[in-house]
Design a protein around this ligand. Structure first.
Ligand code: HEM
Ligand SMILES: *[C@@H]1O[C@H](CO)[C@@H](O)[C@H](O)[C@H]1NC(C)=O
Ligand SMILES: *[C@@H]1O[C@H](CO)[C@@H](O)[C@H](O)[C@H]1NC(C)=O
Length: 248
């Protein structure tokens, strides 16, 4: 009886020991990992230093900069590592390519010169994405931060322009909410089709500054009969003036 109790206690203490070991290990491992990523803390980077972290050396973290903010994107190695679709972003600040999608030659530069406010806004959105998704490790000295790590006039200008872009998009969203969008469907057999619950489908061009951002330059919206005289409304090709459904 006593022996049995003793055995039970022994077993219990082994279980407790094992459990503590597991607890300690699972506590330490994330700490180690954390430590590793903290090798590169919030600091100032020179372009030639950043270039070393382009993913070529498998022992080093992969870093990229956007608008002069530097991020550790090692956990996105499949995108940013050698051979990844977005490896050209690694080891440099190629802010412009986030809008142009041009990952070659002069496309891979940090200047946003000549871009619209909406395009500049989309680069700032990408920077937000990196703040949310990856580890921020400091600022890159150059166009966006000076050697004291302060924002340059250029970055302040970019952020102000992005704010105007955001306003423009907001205004556009409110405008578009007034005119309901068409319903649409697409199938292999029948192709595409748009129709309105109320009113008639029309193609409308978005304002120039918004259209510049690409794909989204036109949309289908529904107009009531008395509104069809407005300028800028296009009847779908092959569709009658008062058709309720149009092929696209
Ligand atoms: C201006 C053009 C483009 C830019 C700047 C861009 C940029 C990026 C970046 C930076 C990522 C990685 C996000 C992350 O870290 O998780 C990404 C992911 C992705 N992109 Fe693009 N992209 C562009 C165009 C395209 C196009 C045209 C396609 C499709 C035809 C595409 C498909 C994808 C997909 C599927 C992913 C996610 C991959 C995954 O999570 O495994 N991208 N893009
Ligand atoms: C990355 O940087 C190294 C060292 O600066 C360089 O030799 C290599 O060509 C670069 N790789 C890419 C993909 O740019
Ligand atoms: C990308 O930029 C380079 C350099 O400005 C240019 O020569 C090339 O034609 C561009 N490519 C595309 C696809 O726009």
């Amino acid at each position: 009886m006593k022996k049995k109790m003793l055995g039970g206690t022994k077993r219990t203490s082994i279980v407790v020991l094992l459990a503590s070991a597991v607890a300690v290990i699972s506590f330490i491992i994330p700490l180690l990992r954390h430590h590793q990523s903290k090798l590169v803390v919030d600091r100032l980077w020179k372009p030639e230093e950043l270039a070393i972290y382009n993913g070529t050396d498998a022992n080093l973290p992969i870093l990229l900069a956007i608008l002069g903010s530097v991020f550790d994107v090692t956990k996105g190695k499949s995108h940013y590592g050698p051979g990844g679709s977005y490896s050209h972003f690694s080891g440099r600040d190629a802010s412009r390519a986030f809008v142009s999608g041009n990952f070659t030659g002069d496309g891979l530069i940090d200047s946003l010169h000549g871009l619209s406010s909406v395009e500049v806004k989309s680069v700032v959105d990408w920077r937000d994405f990196y703040f949310r998704s990856y580890i921020y490790v400091g600022n890159l000295i150059g166009r966006y931060y000076n050697s004291q790590g302060e924002k340059t006039k250029y970055l302040k200008g970019v952020e102000a322009k992005a704010a105007r872009g955001a306003q423009l998009l907001e205004k556009q969203k409110n405008e578009e909410a007034k005119m309901p969008s068409c319903n649409s469907k697409w199938s292999q057999q029948e192709g595409g089709e748009v129709w309105c619950d109320v009113g008639y489908p029309r193609l409308v061009q978005r304002p120039h500054e918004i259209a510049l951002t690409g794909k989204m330059s036109r949309r289908c919206a529904c107009y009531k009969e008395e509104e069809l005289g407005q300028p800028g409304l296009e009847v779908y090709k092959g569709c009658d003036y008062l058709s309720k459904v149009c092929a696209v």
